[in-house]
Write a protein of this length. Sequence first.
Length: 242
Amino acid sequence: MSNTAAETSAMAHDKIVILTGAGISAESGLGTFRDEGGLWAQHRIEDVATPEGFHRNPDLVHDFYNARRVQAAEARANAAHKALATLEQDHPGEVIIVTQNVDGLHEQAGSKNVLHMHGRLDGALCAACDHRWEAPDRMHKADRCPKCSHQSTRPDIVWFGEIPYFMDVIWDHLDSADLFVAIGTSGEVYPAAAFVQEAQRAGAHTIELNLAPSSRVSDFAETCFGPATEIVPRWVEQELKR
């Protein structure tokens, strides 16, 4: 940890809000936007992660998310996910995980208080009536909504240009946090990029745990860099000793 942690090392944190990004799941085999050779490297974001791309070519978008759904189903929670589940279980206060990830690895590890701000791969959404249900292994543009029967089904994923889920709840959690921790996120995509500043304004201590410094690193009071499976369990162990 950085030297700035010295004055806060003995302080207990009642409410902890944690933001996780793709970096926490990378060691489970789920690639980030920047991984060479991964699914994202084979497609333009505009084609597979925007409403306009889905309108232009729903077959391509469904094929892309069908492949991601298979990957996510085969992935297993790693030591970082498990450490956060342990923190939630053993911490005497409140632990909230806000994740940008669309996999279910936090839940697989045992975490209960998880807000998926970008949706989930295992969910389906009707664009006509907003009905949600569990996605099948493979989705197709001809699939009908089980509620309204329209052929308007899509992955329950928040695409670029759309408003993330649970934002009012997330802002409220940030405003009441004693500690805000960002794990494995680049800090480049809003509104999540603004979370650290919002937490700071509310008086929270802030920590970045990442493989390398993010674009928001200067906003954090404390930092630690390295593989998530190493630094997250170590931080959780320290936090539980406060």
